[in-house]
Design a protein around this ligand. Sequence first.
Ligand code: AMP
Length: 225
Amino acid sequence: MPELNLILLGPPGAGKGTQAERLQADFSLAHISTGDMLRSQVAADTELGRKAKLYMDEGELVPDDVIIEMITQRIDEPDAREGFLLDGFPRNESQADALDSALRAHDRRLTAVLQIEVPDDEVVRRLTGRRVCVKNPSHIYHVELDPPKHERICDQDGARLIQREDDSEQTIRRRLEVYHSQTTPLIDYYERAGLLRRFDGTRAPEEVHTHLRATLATLRLEEQI
Ligand code: AMP
């Protein structure tokens, strides 16, 4: 099977985590979320976690050196050598360049960049109502749009649901500013590289998934030829 090395690009709350969880199962890709990796460092109270938390709580980006080191090691692990789905990385041009060099050094390359588009107002609506499972942060709900069967309990594993600390309206606004100033230039960057595919993230999650899955199936076929 050819490798599918993919990036999910989009604002916070675009549904990247939800879609990554589904695509991981469909295509046996390693789902690599820098946000989840950082949050588990915070939960374990490591030195890296303590440092990262200062930035995360403000909605700012964690310094590049920390993130780049974390990702270059992760994409080299056995499960990711068959293909990966990056969620939340890269977030600026220097991270994108670092990824490029790390892949090139191992004779690998990106297959595609999947951009999920959602307007700011919708992001705010989604994130203020978002609840995540304490045990598995890929289990994601929304108090109105996708509530769990029992209030504050994860349908999948019965664990408690919590609101992320950075899902307050003020921090969401800052995260959006950071996204527009630092991450959106990557849209052009990958467009120029001929890697960009766009998806309408305002559609129902199931529809977005169907669309993404069809695209990835085609990409995999093209890679085989
Ligand atoms: P996310 O779960 O992707 O929304 O990430 C939550 C927070 O983690 C962000 O607001 C940043 O503070 C930090 N973070 C995640 N990924 C990155 C990255 N690639 N570069 C810098 N900071 C990041």
